[in-house]
Ligand binder design. Structure first.
Ligand code: HEC
Length: 116
């Protein structure tokens, strides 16, 4: 038995750990918001807002916005500065963390073509 295989195994383990760290860092790349929580909470929004980014039903698209803008708009509904009773009710139930999570999720979605 030489030490070589063990050293090689150790090296590949180190690489695997490093890669996991990088992948984890990428998943967390959007500051603030917990994207997975946002995806879960987005179920409530999907009945009205289309995940494709289309607005042909008359309800505006909310995908691919900068996080800060998304959170600012949600807060203004919560504060009733923006005048829409549906969105005021929905935003009124959301915490700052939940708004940041929704911003991270919707902000990460790209518009899809109309053919589906
Ligand atoms: C029952 C339908 C409905 C649901 C559910 C709903 N929305 Fe809305 N949302 C609307 C409508 C209608 C508007 C446009 C209101 C207005 O003119 O101010 C709107 C506006 C918005 C806007 C501002 C869009 C813009 O262009 O100014 C954001 C952001 C938003 N909604 C986020 C959400 C999020 C996040 C959820 C889920 C937590 C959600 N909405 C759930 C109907 C809905």
């Amino acid at each position: 038995m030489t030490a070589l295989p063990r050293r090689a195994a150790l090296a590949s383990l180190t690489v695997a750990i490093a890669m996991a760290a990088v992948t984890g860092a990428l998943a967390q790349a959007r500051p603030g918001g917990d994207r997975a929580l946002g995806e879960y909470l987005a179920g409530e929004c999907a009945g009205c807002h289309q995940m494709s980014g289309r607005s042909d039903t008359g309800i505006p698209s909310i995908i691919a916005w900068p996080d800060e803008q998304f959170v600012a708009v949600m807060r203004s509904y919560r504060l009733r500065e923006r005048d829409n009773p549906i969105m005021q009710t929905i935003a009124g139930r959301l915490s700052d963390d939940e708004m940041a999570a929704l911003a991270a999720y919707f902000g990460s979605l790209a518009p899809r073509p109309a053919s589906q």
